[in-house]
Design a protein around this ligand. Structure first.
Ligand code: IPE
Ligand code: IPE
Ligand code: MG
Length: 259
């Protein structure tokens, strides 16, 4: 069932271009941008709409963000779409989110392929409905040889669960005698985490005014630049994305050293 409000918001909040792009120094782009797409529910509530309407409008913003990142030749983007804690929500809302994912891949897969994007996933996708798992597998398979931007969807993702999984795997290797405890280094842990050869995020963006990381990429964002904005995710436009990249490009990163 396609609700009526859908047509009202499709692409409506997306101004086409931004002067920011010309100001961005291509040599100072983040290699990997992580995004906490938050505020769909509040966006809908402010308009007297159901939360589902917010999620749908959020999907449109996500599409535009992928385009904006690809147009800027960003190497990788990770989109937090469903956390391990989001199972606490009503079943109908969760169901709507999986259906929305179907809709997204049905509508956008060809464009992603055309853009040479490689689609990958983090999080425990085995807990997702079987039709969602099939869609995920198909999108991975269809884009696996693409060499352009990596779009990493975080689905049923929680950083603590991910770290516990790493600890389990390393403990098993030690038990099997294939790993010495002294050989466990930051690199070893990082390798266990980064299944998709994506570097740590240089920039983490969160919308909705909340300034927290909500169990997202805790190890990987150790030195990420944080960028919070008050806009709700459905209001996030290409211009906001370019603004975030521009702000990032002007920051001085020291990694604990001196200038
Ligand atoms: C983010 O928007 C989307 C998901 C977590 C799936 P929310 O649904 O969290 O919206 P708010 O934070 O309640 O406004
Ligand atoms: C973070 O948003 C998760 C996603 C955007 C998918 P939440 O809305 O779940 O985070 P909290 O509950 O405000 O920390
Ligand atoms: Mg939220």
């Amino acid at each position: 069932m396609v609700p009526d409000w859908k047509s009202l918001f499709r692409g409506s909040a997306q101004p086409e271009s931004s002067g920011f792009t010309t100001e961005i120094d291509p040599s100072r782009l983040p290699r990997h941008v992580a995004v906490i797409m938050d505020g769909n529910g509040r966006w809908a509530h402010a308009r007297g709409l159901p939360r589902a309407a917010g999620h749908h409008a959020g999907m449109v913003a996500m599409r535009e963000t992928i385009r904006a990142a690809d147009d800027l030749s960003i190497g990788a983007i990770t989109l937090y779409a469903f956390s391990t804690e989001n199972w606490k929500r009503p079943r109908t809302e969760i169901q709507y989110l999986w259906n929305l994912l179907e809709e997204f891949f049905r509508a956008d897969m060809d464009e992603l392929v055309e853009r040479n994007v490689r689609v990958v996933f983090i999080g425990d996708t085995r807990k997702l409905p079987s039709y969602t798992q099939k869609t995920i597998a198909k999108s991975i398979e269809r884009t696996k040889d693409n060499s352009g931007m990596i779009v990493q969807f975080a689905l049923n993702y929680g950083s603590r669960a991910e770290l516990v999984d790493v600890v389990h795997r390393l403990a098993q290797q030690v038990k099997d005698g294939t790993l010495e405890p002294d050989d466990i280094s930051e690199e070893v842990v990082t390798q266990c985490l980064s299944a998709h050869c994506v570097p740590d995020p240089d920039l983490l963006i969160r919308t909705s005014g909340d300034k927290r990381v909500s169990n997202f990429l805790l190890w990987q964002i150790a030195y990420a630049e944080l960028y919070f904005l008050d806009e709700m995710w459905p209001d996030f436009t290409k211009a906001h994305f370019y603004e975030a990249i521009l702000a990032y490009s002007k920051r001085e990163r020291r990694f604990g050293g001196l200038k």
